[in-house]
Structure formats: C-alpha cells, structure tokens
Write a protein that binds this ligand. Structure first.
Ligand code: NDP
Ligand code: MG
Length: 395
C-alpha cells in the first residue's frame, strides 16, 4: 500500500481516537497531516505531540484561546485554526489522500460538502450530515463523481456486499440492529430509565450522542436514512432486522434470491481500518473483545433475529424518523435538530428518557413544510427548531 496523508476531523472522539490508533499501528502507511477537536484541548495536545500533524483546528473559540496560553510550545510547528470554519480552512490548505470525518452532529456537514466539492476522498462515520442534507450530498457526489466512503459498521458491511455487483440486481438492503439496551424491556419500565442505563450499550462502546440514539433506535433510523442516500436507493428497498449479537453487520438480498452478509467481531476498528486502507486490506493488529477476537462460530453456535415492530410505542423515535424521511428534507432537518437538542437535555438530566419521543413528536407535528433551498437553510431551520424546543421544554 502506498503511504497516505490523512486528516482526521473529530480526532478526540471515540471514532477519531480509534482512527489514530490504527494510524499508529501502521506508521508506514499513514501520515497524520491534520487533526481537529471540539473542546478537548488536553487530549488534542497529546495527539499533536504524538502524531506531529501540520494542521490543527479547535472548534470551540474559548478552548482555542485556552490552548494558546496553555500550550505555547506546540504552536511553533503547527498551523492552528479555530471556530466553525477551522476545518474548512484546513481543507483549503493541505493536500491529503483521505479525510476521515468523525465529528458528531451537523458540524461535519460543511467539511463533508467541501471535501466532496474539492474531489477529496472522504470516509465518514458522521451520519447526521447525511440525514439532514442527503439530497445535496448525493447531488454533489454525482456532479463530482465522488463518493462518501462509509465507516458506520452497517454501511461498511453493505458496501462490501455490493463490491462487484450492479445496483439493478439489489432487491433489499437489510440493516441489522442490536436493538440497544432496552429491546427486551417492557415500555412501562422505560419511565424510570437512568442515564447510566442508557449509556451502557450491550455491544458497542461509543460516544454519548450515538449511544443514546441507539437506545431510542433513532440511530437505526438514521442509518436507514444514511443508506438511502449513500447508496442512492429507494427507502422501500431498505429493511431493518433485530440481531442482538451484532455479528452480521448487514446484508444484501439480490434479485436472484442470493444473499450476501458481512460478519465480523463487534469492533469499530475493523470498519475504520477498512475505510483507511481501501481498496487494500491490512492485517488486524489490534485485539478485540477476547470472546469475539476471531469470531469463533463454533463457540457462538447460534445467531438470533427478531422483527422490529415499528408500531410498538417503545420505538416511537424510529417511526417518527421514517415518517420524516417520507415527509421530506425539511422534516429530516427538524428531526435531527430536535434529536440533538433532546439527547443533550436528557444527558443534562432536564428531561426523562420518554420525554425524547414525546417532544420529538410534538415538534414534528407543529412543523409546517418549508422548502430547503440550500445548505444554509438547513442551519437556519436547525437553529429555529432548537429555539422552539427550548421554549416548549421551559413551559
Ligand atoms: P464522540 O462524542 O466520541 O466524538 C465526537 C468528536 O467530535 C470529538 O472529537 C469532539 O471533540 C468533536 N466535536 C464535537 N462537537 C464539535 C463541533 N461543534 N465542531 C467540531 N468538532 C466537534 O462521538 P463518536 O466518535 O461516538 O461519533 C462520531 C460520529 O460517528 C457520530 O456522528 C456518530 O453517530 C458516528 N458513529 C459512531 C460510532 C461509534 O462507535 N462511536 C459508530 C458509528 C457511527 P471534543 O471531544 O474535543 O469536544
Ligand atoms: Mg452503526
């Protein structure tokens, strides 16, 4: 494999750290040219010392100021940017072979859009931009003959199943879902759910936002929406199936009755490394969970599957999200903004777990259709939605 110059946006997060650990294992193949953080300047400073990136961005302006006086000796060797457009400035300044987007929320949208426009190879774990701006991103990829390489394990699985296949032969994309921590919990018991219960995902160790989204199944709905736009496929051709072991990461059914599935130990480093090494594969050098390290099917013996009943009150968020996909782009923006806001409120302890679907329903029912003409409109509607929710919750 030729050595790649890579940039990692969101290097201080769960996915970003794993991407850096792969770069560290394979120094001969990856040179870390740029990294970016939101607020965690202490971890960022460690990463700068270890990986020597030439370009760095800190989105939070106060943390940027703090960095300047706390780490003056690091400033000599880096070009440092700050604010919302820090990541964009990096893109304008460097030549890279691969951009990895691992930020959370729609802060990844502008860098993703710009990277596609500039013809940069981009791999994204960040799903929210695809949820809110799928149409625009799809149009841009077609115009530039570019592609968003998926890091999310389900989409990486589908991508691998589709290698060498033509789109016309796809009958269904079947996304697997672990079901999250509450799949087997009765609805009434969800009233007393604590933050610590939700953060305890049975299969994956992830950042807080995606962990809460996994418990409400919003994450799964986001993945359906992500698949709709990443693979440019009708939503009717996307199914979800509950698979608690999370060993089959997703499947594709073809028109001739064949199915392809991708199986792997439950470790995000596998799809991250594949996104980084593609089209080549690198030997796995990290240890996954000891029971799952080599996916010993003789030990695992059986894999289980369940139907996802979207009319079950427990999965209200999933249903609202799929209805938003049907209702149009503006509904997806409202959905995503509301979800981000409500997850945050839940993490702060101001609302309960079941308040998430309750307020989500309320804000979506209040929304009257508007045309989203450009990316700017998305940010406007995002802000407006969060403001309305703030007043609703205060009441
Ligand atoms: P984390 O919360 O662990 O990390 C988020 C990263 O984004 C951090 O580096 C954080 O910086 C940075 N960040 C936060 N806010 C901003 C901002 N406003 N501007 C710029 N950067 C910001 O999240 P995850 O790594 O778990 O998830 C990242 C994305 O990947 C999400 O979209 C998620 O849905 C998706 N994903 C995650 C999976 C996982 O296993 N974790 C699996 C599949 C998809 P800092 O910490 O310095 O503030
Ligand atoms: Mg996933």
């Amino acid at each position: 494999m030729n050595k790649k110059n890579i940039a990692i946006f969101g290097s201080t997060g769960s996915i970003g750290k794993m991407a850096l650990s792969i770069a560290k294992n394979y120094k001969e193949f990856f040179n870390v040219s740029a990294i970016s953080a939101g607020s965690n300047i202490d971890l960022l400073s460690e990463q700068i010392k270890e990986f020597h990136p030439k370009y760095v961005s800190i989105s939070n302006p106060e943390k940027y100021q703090e960095f300047l006086y706390k780490y003056p000796n690091l400033l000599e060797n880096i070009n440092l940017f700050s604010g919302d457009d820090g990541m964009l400035k990096i893109l304008e300044n460097i030549k890279i072979d691969l951009l990895i987007i691992a930020v959370v929320g729609i802060s990844g949208l502008l860098p993703l859009y710009k990277a596609l426009d500039m013809g940069i190879n981009v791999a994204s774990a960040n799903k929210e931009p695809i949820v809110v701006a799928g149409n625009f991103l799809l149009k841009k990829t077609k115009e530039k003959n570019n592609f968003i390489f998926p890091i999310d394990s389900e989409h990486s699985a589908i991508f691998q199943c589709l290698l060498g296949e033509e789109k016309k032969y796809i009958k269904k994309l079947i996304i697997t879902a672990s079901g999250g921590p509450f799949f087997f919990t009765p609805y009434k018991d969800l009233e007393n759910v604590k933050i610590s219960h939700v953060l305890n995902h049975p299969r994956w160790k992830m950042g807080p936002k995606v962990t809460i989204d996994s418990a409400t199944l919003m994450n799964k709905a986001f993945e359906v929406i992500e698949a709709r736009f990443l693979f440019d496929i009708e939503k009717e051709k996307i199914d979800v199936i509950i698979h608690p072991e999370s060993i089959i990461h997703s499947m594709v059914e073809f028109v001739d009755g064949s199915y392809k599935a991708e199986l792997a130990p439950t470790d995000m480093k596998i799809p991250i490394q594949y996104a980084m090494s593609y089209p080549e594969r690198l030997v796995k050098t990290f240890d996954t969970d000891e029971n799952l390290n080599s996916l010993d099917l003789k030990k695992i013996k059986s894999l289980n599957f369940y139907d996802l009943d979207i009319n079950d009150e427990k999965f209200k968020c999933f249903k609202l999200a799929i209805q938003s996909l049907e209702a149009g782009n503006d509904y997806l923006v409202v959905l995503n903004a509301a979800d981000e806001f409500l997850v945050n409120e839940f993490l702060k302890g101001t609302i309960s777990f079941l308040d998430i679907p309750k307020y989500l329903n309320e804000i979506l029912s209040k929304h009257s259709s508007v045309k989203i003409k450009n990316i700017n409109d998305i940010f406007e509607l995002d802000k407006k939605t969060k403001k309305i929710l703030e007043t609703i919750i205060k009441k």
